[in-house]
Design a protein around this ligand. Structure first.
Ligand code: KIV
Ligand code: ZN
Length: 515
């Protein structure tokens, strides 16, 4: 692969993706995602914004220690403190990059930075020059580039390259561009900025008009050789370009897009599910590439066509993105050994204790559900990995529901190892459960989101419940699964509360009053 036909995949799931309200990730979450991105072939991993908080600093540093091949990248504003803090965090990795940015558009200069154009230009030179003292790999971004006067943008890009930036990122920060405009912008910059041949140009697109992936591809046609994207399209507001969609566009339309990425596409589904689990953001069913329905065919005409020839309705094979056909092989009579083997096939290696717990839960599920699909096992194990160590856990739940009312929930929680029992009424069973949890573990958090999905089809399907809570300016999402929707609801609420507590240094709850 030459420098010209390799498109670098720069993943920002853990930085821009984490900027989605409620998607905050713990250090352990970031390490798990980073390992998977690295193994999948992502070239550059932006793991956070080290100057933003000590937690972000530590997470970026920790991610650096586990990367085998990918370059670790940290984001920083243009000031020396940010850049120095970033340099300190990223040096844990074998290969590292400082990504420094400043807004260039008139609207940002005036209302956000309160800086004149010449001051911004000076800051570009100063920030890139300082960053180069710590590493040869420096990326510079023009925030809100697509709404910047073209001449001024060119002067900034030229200054950044002259100061030593090796990657120039031209973000469509507000998701405003059309593909033709964005393609032409890259052509123009690459053709006319002195020194442009010394840098790799990069696209960074937001999805406010649903054009992030189309714009990223257009940028490559205009000469960009790096795309910044996020798993499941996570990111600020409507999100960033979805990594999995970009990778498969290059793979499926290789004849028209003669560029290659390093991504091992069969790993896409697994990473997507991990990101959905740790953030608590479910993947919509009809999401391209990694949605549950992306390879399902419902209508008779389509099913008939598929049976005659799969290419009638499929432009890629499910296995190319890691979506295996639903298989029904595990059941009541399956032993521990077969279960362990199935987990390995699904990409999980569990230690003995965790395996025993998972096996027990699997057996319980077999008693409650006629057919146990691979998706059920994935949901069950993901749930265990996500919540096994939580400080607050649901031990027992009993709910009275129905037309008669009052709907009442009785809950047993274990809070830091201590059992707490409470009962409460509510406006419906879910409300009663959440009230009972509030009684047992008093806290101030508001419920921002409550969503239920079924893992598979049928009335005995497991439910995945997502909950988002917020308090004191922070928010946290979590999800949980169970064959009983009400149990899953209780566990998802408690899981979100645990995350919110962890993110707030334990200030939200975990105090409980005596019965
Ligand atoms: O959208 C944007 O402009 C960004 C920059 C910080 C790269 O995320
Ligand atoms: Zn962004």
């Amino acid at each position: 692969m030459t420098k010209q036909d390799h498109v670098r995949i720069f993943d920002t799931t853990m930085r821009d993706g984490e900027q989605s309200p409620g998607a905050a990730m713990t250090m352990a979450d970031k390490i798990e995602i980073a390992r998977q991105l690295d193994s999948m072939g992502v070239d550059i991993i932006e793991a956070g914004f080290p100057a933003a908080s000590n937690g972000d600093f530590e997470a970026v540093r920790a991610v650096g220690t586990v990367l085998e091949n990918a370059v670790l990248c940290g984001l920083s504003r243009a000031g020396p403190k940010d850049i120095e803090r970033c340099a300190e965090a990223i040096k844990s990795a074998k290969r590292f990059r400082i990504h420094t940015f400043i807004s260039t558009s008139p609207i940002h200069r005036k209302h956000k930075l309160n800086m004149e154009a010449h001051q911004v230009l000076d800051a570009v030179t100063a920030s890139v020059t300082l960053a180069r003292n710590f590493t040869d790999d420096v990326e510079w971004s023009a925030e809100d580039a697509t709404r910047t006067e073209r001449d001024f943008l060119k002067r900034c890009v030229e200054a950044a390259i002259r100061a030593g930036a090796t990657t120039i990122n031209i973000p469509d920060t507000v998701g405003y561009s059309f593909p033709d405009e964005y393609r032409e912008l890259f052509r123009d910059l690459i053709e006319s900025v002195p020194g442009a041949d010394k840098a790799i140009f990069s696209a960074h697109c937001h999805n406010d008009l649903g054009l992030a992936v189309a714009n990223s591809i257009a940028a490559v046609q205009g000469g960009a050789r790096q795309i910044e994207c996020a798993v499941n399209g996570l990111g600020e507001r409507a999100g960033n370009a979805a990594l999995e969609e970009i990778v498969m566009a290059f793979r499926v339309r290789g004849a028209d897009l003669p560029f290659q990425t390093n991504i091992d596409s069969p790993q896409l589904m697994r990473v997507s599910q991990t990101v959905a689990r740790v953030t608590g953001f479910p993947v919509q069913f009809n999401k391209a590439i990694v949605g549950k329905n992306a390879f399902s065919h419902e209508s008779g005409i389509h099913q008939d066509g598929m049976l005659k020839h799969t290419e009638t309705y499929e432009i890629m094979r499910p296995e190319d993105v890691g979506q295996g056909a639903t298989s029904l092989v595990m059941g009541k009579l399956s032993g521990r050994h077969a279960f362990k083997k199935k987990l390995e096939e699904l990409g999980y290696t569990l230690a003995d204790n965790a395996l025993n717990d998972a096996f027990q839960r699997f057996k319980e599920l077999c008693d409650r559900k006629r057919h146990v699909f691979d998706e059920d096992i994935v949901a069950l194990v993901d749930d265990q990995i996500a919540h096994g160590d939580d400080a607050i856990q649901v031990s027992r739940l009993r709910v009275v529901a129905g037309t008669e009312g009052p709907q009442t929930a009785e809950i047993d929680l274990t809070i830091n190892g201590e059992a707490v029992w409470r009962t409460a009424r509510g406006n419906g069973p879910v409300d009663a459960i959440f009230n009972a949890i509030k009684e047992a573990a008093p806290h101030e958090a508001d419920l921002d989101l409550y969503q239920v999905h079924a893992v598979t089809e049928g009335t005995d399907a497991q439910a995945i419940v997502s909950v988002r809570l917020s308090a004191g300016g922070r928010s946290a999402s979590a999800r949980a699964s169970d064959a009983d929707t009400l149990v899953a609801s209780a566990r998802a609420y408690v899981a979100a509360l645990n995350r919110l507590n962890a993110l707030s240094g334990g200030r939200i709850s975990a105090q409980h009053s005596a019965a």
